[in-house]
Design a binder for this molecule. Sequence first.
Ligand code: NAD
Length: 297
Amino acid sequence: MARIGFIGLGNMGGGMAANLAKAGHQVRAFDLAEPALARAEEAGCTRAATAAAAATDAEFVVTMLPAGRHVLSVYQDQVFGAVPADALLLDCSTIDVASAKAVGAAATAKGLAMVDAPVSGGIAAANGGTLTFMVGGEDENFARAEPILNAMGKAVIHAGKLGSGQAAKICNNMILGATMVATCEAFALAEKLGVDAQTFFDISSKASGQSWSMTSYCPVPGVGPKTPADNGYQGGFAAALMLKDLKLAVEAANVAGASVPMGAAAGALYQAFVNGDDRNLDFSAIIKMLDGTLHRG
Ligand code: NAD
């Protein structure tokens, strides 16, 4: 069993660290927030006083932090100076491709091995150990990362070289954001044209308009499988996080010289939605803005 330093014990990291401890690993955990540390301790992790202390003596360091700037500062100011030379660094946060490549290059320059390993799946998947990991890095580093990630997920896929995990993640979520908006618009239009939502679902879920947003995550309450729509759009994947991922996709497209008009349009719609009072609702709640039923406080 491995010695693992885990930094960032929030909504996602808390459950992930707990699953590593449950699998028998020695997890030394750090977060800036006291309640997150207490929860990790209850789940079988050992508390570290700083991020550097979590990395000291570690065979693996896992980070699950909000954004690129947190990842850069935690690695540069804390982890790089403390971690043993043969440790493997795994950043599971969703961050911009440029920061992922920059932190990976800084690690390589110091002779340290690193992979980017962002996840698909929300808080329930983090708690349940059923995340999907998309991993960017050298073959040998992927092979070392795999058993550690398997303790937190149901699928671990090698996306390519360093930064490719983040690239695959934002491309996937750009499809998700755009298809959710398209699905919501179609339900709103169908209703205005006199087609009942259940009937439209029965047709479109078996026709060419079918997508994950329609059949697995239907934005209309009472239609299709149970989704956040059936729970007042609480829980699930917050609209503010979808906006973050769409912004990352557009940013990466600008740098790479790719054209993403649909992703950009979805991003503008999520920006308008998040500017209101409902930023923490599930991202499928954007149907309330598109069908005109959104009521501002
Ligand atoms: P969160 O805000 O709940 O957790 C982040 C944690 O990092 C917090 O507990 C915070 O205190 C800690 N932190 C911040 N700066 C720190 C530092 N310098 N040192 C130590 N700890 C620090 O966020 P989350 O929902 O757990 O998301 C984490 C990452 O996972 C994000 O990049 C997010 O985009 C991604 N993600 C989230 C979801 C989701 O459904 N929540 C799904 C997939 C991916």
